[in-house]
Design a binder for this molecule. Structure first.
Ligand code: GNR
Ligand code: NI
Length: 170
């Protein structure tokens, strides 16, 4: 396993649409292991492969609290089959847009289908933080960031702040 660098805005790679995975094999599980380790190190609650520069439709997630046992989850080629009309507003952040937080409104509940770590098809319904996070991660697969859902002014300010932050860190 390895911790890989996380891309930040305005890296054009983050705008790419990720490609479906052909097969859940050991090579892909190696990628998922690296993603999980990178996410835990960050730390974050979710990570899409494109955030470490791999344009594949793969997401890792762990919503367990700090004192809870780890609950890693893996989503390969996820698709939404239903989204609630009811919306839910949550203050989001993103490892690719560090230190920027803002409220985003999304469907409160979604139903999705995906392949898990073992390549088995799973169908489930998400609500609460799980629903927020899976929709945030799915957006990454489409090259969309949460700041793309804010006003132009807020988005431009966010990118400028992250640019300064990453410049100062270098
Ligand atoms: O760690 C993360 N926290 C978070 C908080 C609210 C809504 C979404 C997220 S996902 C984010 C990690 C990340 O950038 N995943 O793409
Ligand atoms: Ni993100």
């Amino acid at each position: 396993m390895a911790i890989r660098p996380i891309l930040t805005v305005p890296d054009p790679f983050l705008k790419q649409v990720s490609k479906p995975v052909d097969a859940v094999d050991d090579e892909l599980r190696g990628l998922m292991d690296d993603m999980l380790e990178t996410m835990y190190d960050a730390p974050g609650i979710g990570l899409a492969a494109i955030q470490i520069g791999v344009p594949l439709r793969v997401i890792v997630m762990d919503l367990a609290g700090q004192d809870e046992e780890r609950q890693p989850r893996f989503f390969v080629n996820p698709e939404f089959t239903w989204k609630s009309d009811e919306l839910f507003k949550y203050e989001e952040g993103c490892l690719s847009v560090p230190e920027i937080y803002d409220e985003i409104e999304r469907p409160a509940r979604v139903r999705l289908t995906y392949l898990n770590y073992d390549g088995e098809r799973v169908e489930e319904e998400a609500e609460g933080l799980f629903a927020v996070c899976i929709q945030h991660e799915y957006d990454h697969l489409e090259g969309v960031l949460f700041i793309d859902k804010l006003s132009r002014l807020k988005r431009d300010r966010a990118v400028a702040k992250v640019k300064k932050l990453t410049r100062d860190a270098a």
